[in-house]
Structures are given as structure tokens and as C-alpha cells.
Design a protein around this ligand. Structure first.
Ligand SMILES: Nc1ncnc2c1ncn2[C@@H]1O[C@H](COP(=O)(O)OP(=O)(O)O)[C@@H](O)[C@H]1O
Ligand SMILES: [Mg+2]
Length: 246
């Protein structure tokens, strides 16, 4: 059985374990210090591969371990986050654009000041569904804002996390897909997706079960990872809701 560690405000989260250790019976958690730098996560994989589950794990751990963190959840599909209904920074379906613009304004304000701020996190579930639902002029405007966010938010206490079945380059203007520091591919990625995100490793990446896949950090150090299914879903929802409504 895998035990999770209680929150203590130290900024350290453990989102998943190393599959290579797990295979040999050892639980080795991958650790990230969420108060060190802005992370840019791209979570990819086919429908049902575990992207939203992983995202909820990452976000609820940030909520618990990063004091005062404020999380925006944009849920265009309006399926998996019903428990956030009514929370201040939860934006579903067509209101996703309002949430994005509100977040973007805070980012621009931070950009023009030198100060220390609470950690701010933007999560966009199924990014293409939201973007492609909009007229093309608006898509272009939002994509250029997204590119600016990805390029310039790192030193402004901002983390960005995007989930996306197929992270086509066209969805990220000015080559900004390359700004993602942490790329995760879950389950059975198509050759096409592997070539998009992890071209250097296309010969070693294999089909995996739900919740298992690969991660690269700054396009190097390929690690095979396993997302343990959350033991206490209610507590996870409660932690995330706190930071969405803080
Ligand atoms: N890490 C995991 N371990 C076991 N089952 C998982 C895991 N992640 C997801 N699942 C199962 O797979 C289903 C789909 O997961 P979900 O996170 O919604 O995938 P996606 O967002 O990629 O469509 C979930 O309902 C859950 O039951
Ligand atoms: Mg999902």
C-alpha cells in the first residue's frame, strides 16, 4: 500500500512514482519543489488515460503544500469538476474564457511590478476543446496571450498546467509549445503524439496502462512514471476546492 504524506506547507509535492522502481517492488516518489520556480506542465494522452486524475492530484497537492496558493480551474467540458461548483476561481464551459482573461490580467499586473506574490496556478482541462470552440479571431488572440503567459510567467510565482489529448503545434502560437518544462504522456500515445512531444525518445516509448506513462523535464531525462490512484478522493477534492475558493 502507498502512504501519502500529510501537508506541511513546505512546497514539496510528490505527484507520482517511478515505474522502474515500482516494477521491482520499491516505491520511489518523484519530488518537485513548487516554491522554487514556475512549472509549465503539458499533460497529454488519449481520452481516459488519466490526465484529469493526474491534474487533480498535482493541483490538490499544491493546494495543500503551497501556503496561500490560488488555483484557477478552466473546465470547458464541464464533466469532472462538479465539486468545484460555486468556487471563486472555477470556470466551466463558456465561462472558461472569462477565467482565462481574469488570470491573464493578474499575470500582466505581476509582470509590470517587482514584488513577491502568492503562488498562482492556471489549470486548463482539455485545452483544445475550449480553444477550438471559439471563432478563429478570438482563438488567435487567446493563443498569443497563452504564448506570452508560457514565456514570461516563470519568475512571477505562476505555474501553468494544460491537459490536451493531442498537443498539435498549431494550438500554441509562436512555437510556445516548447515552453513547457514538464511534459507527460500517459497510456498509449500514438506515434504522432510521441513525435510531437518526445521525439528524442520515440524508439523507447511503449504503450502503457491507464495512469502510467512518461515524463521529460526540459526535453531530457525520460522517466517512466505511475500515478497512484488517489486513496482519499474526498480529501483531494476538499484540498483543491480550498485553493480554488481561497
Ligand atoms: N492513476 C490511475 N490509476 C488507476 N485508474 C485511473 C488512474 N487515472 C485514471 N484512472 C481511471 O481512468 C478513468 C479516466 O481517467 P481520467 O483522469 O478522466 O482520464 P482523461 O482525463 O485522460 O480522460 C478514471 O475514471 C479512473 O477510473
Ligand atoms: Mg479528462
Amino acid at each position: 500500500m502507498i502512504m501519502t504524506i500529510m501537508g506541511n506547507g513546505d512546497g514539496i509535492i510528490r505527484p507520482f512514482i517511478s515505474e522502474n522502481y515500482w516494477k521491482y517492488g520499491t516505491t520511489h516518489w518523484i519530488e518537485w519543489d513548487m516554491m522554487k520556480n514556475g512549472y509549465r506542465f503539458l499533460l497529454s494522452g488519449p481520452s481516459g488515460s488519466g490526465k484529469t486524475t493526474l491534474a487533480q492530484g498535482i493541483l490538490s497537492k499544491i493546494a495543500r503544500h503551497v501556503p496561500e496558493s490560488e488555483i484557477y480551474v478552466l473546465d470547458y467540458k464541464n464533466i469532472d469538476f462538479a465539486y468545484l461548483e460555486g468556487a471563486k476561481r472555477y470556470f466551466k464551459h463558456d465561462s472558461s474564457t472569462d477565467g482565462f482573461l481574469e488570470f491573464y490580467d493578474i499575470f500582466e499586473t505581476r509582470l509590470s511590478h517587482n514584488a513577491t506574490y502568492p503562488w498562482l496556478i492556471l489549470y486548463i482541462d482539455e485545452y483544445p476543446s475550449w480553444l477550438l470552440s471559439l471563432p478563429s479571431k478570438e482563438q488567435k488572440e487567446l493563443m498569443s496571450k497563452m504564448a506570452r503567459l508560457l514565456n514570461l510567467s516563470r519568475a512571477k510565482q505562476i505555474h501553468i498546467c494544460v491537459s490536451c489529448q493531442k498537443p498539435l503545434a498549431d494550438l500554441f502560437s509562436s512555437g510556445s509549445r516548447e515552453s513547457f518544462s514538464h511534459k507527460v504522456l500517459l497510456q498509449a500515445p500514438s506515434k504522432e503524439t510521441v513525435t510531437m512531444l518526445m521525439p528524442n525518445y520515440k524508439d523507447v516509448i511503449e504503450t502503457c496502462p491507464t495512469g502510467v506513462g512518461y515524463m521529460t523535464v526540459n526535453d531530457t531525462t525520460l522517466t517512466k512514471v505511475r500515478v497512484p490512484f488517489p486513496q482519499n478522493v474526498d480529501a483531494m477534492h476538499r484540498d483543491l476546492r480550498n485553493a480554488v475558493n481561497r
